[in-house]
Design a binder for this molecule. Structure first.
Ligand code: ADE
Length: 244
């Protein structure tokens, strides 16, 4: 997959896109990144990319010309899913990330200032938010989206199952606790069940821990989770009623 980012702060991407899993995927040719400075397309003599809002108001608004020219230069008219990062977009979910992971090409526009000139929306297929809070710009949200989508691209994670096995893919439950050596760390012991090699017992314990963690941290997820009769019995033993 090729991912292009249109931004006023290209330097922000130099670490995250080229380190760890994304860096390895790039080296292996699974991912290809392009980061483009919108300011380079400004025809304004000071290379401005923003201006006052028509109708008044405090903040500045991103001008259409540099964004249109940058988008046209980057895509060259080739097909791509074009995404704007904005707090007023639809919230990023695993199913949306999985859908994007099937695309050959993403172009991500990151907004700044008070907002973008509304005519820029003509260039955009999807408006995406990473949550109901407002950040200083769309750069960090773009990195979150790229990371999240990349995990669903075959070959990006070490093991092809890993993206399926974690919180939110685990029948809609949060992930169970994990332990590694030593079995006794300064008197803090690993649960006995994990040490005895009985895989039926281990799977049962892990399932119950996932149920408990979800009940404790995100009880609203339980109503949409894929729960067996045994799960329901276990949860009701811990005070949960279906429909809560
Ligand atoms: N830009 C500023 N805040 C944002 C958010 N929560 N999601 C996406 N883009 C943003």
């Amino acid at each position: 997959m090729r991912i292009d980012v249109l931004t006023l702060f290209p330097e922000m991407f130099s670490g995250p896109l080229h380190t760890s899993m994304l860096g390895r995927a790039e080296k292996n040719g699974i991912l290809e990144f392009g980061v483009h400075n919108i300011r380079d397309w400004s025809l304004n003599k000071h290379h401005n990319t923003d201006d006052y809002a028509f109708g008044g108001g405090a903040g500045m608004v991103m001008m259409p010309q540099p964004v249109f020219d940058c988008m046209e230069a980057v895509t060259g008219g080739a097909p791509a899913r074009r995404i704007l990062m904005t707090p007023r977009g639809k919230t990023l979910t695993p199913s949306y990330a999985r859908e994007l992971a099937k695309e050959d090409r993403l172009v991500i526009l990151t907004g700044h200032y008070e907002g973008l000139d509304e005519r820029i929306n003509e260039l955009i297929d999807d408006e995406v938010s990473i949550g109901d809070y407002v950040l200083t710009g769309g750069e960090l949200p773009a990195m979150v989206l790229i990371d999240c989508v990349s995990r669903f691209i075959p070959g990006v994670l070490g093991c092809s199952e890993s993206a399926e096995d974690e919180s939110f893919s685990n029948d809609g439950l949060l992930e169970y606790p994990q332990y590694t050596r030593p079995a006794d760390f300064r008197g803090r012991l690993v649960p006995e069940v994990l040490l005895n090699g009985n895989h039926a017992e281990i799977n049962k314990w892990r399932r119950q821990q996932s149920l408990l963690k979800t009940l404790q941290m995100r009880p609203e997820l339980l109503s949409g989770a894929d729960l067996s009769k045994k799960d329901l019995e276990f949860l009701s033993g811990h005070g949960w009623e279906p429909g809560e």
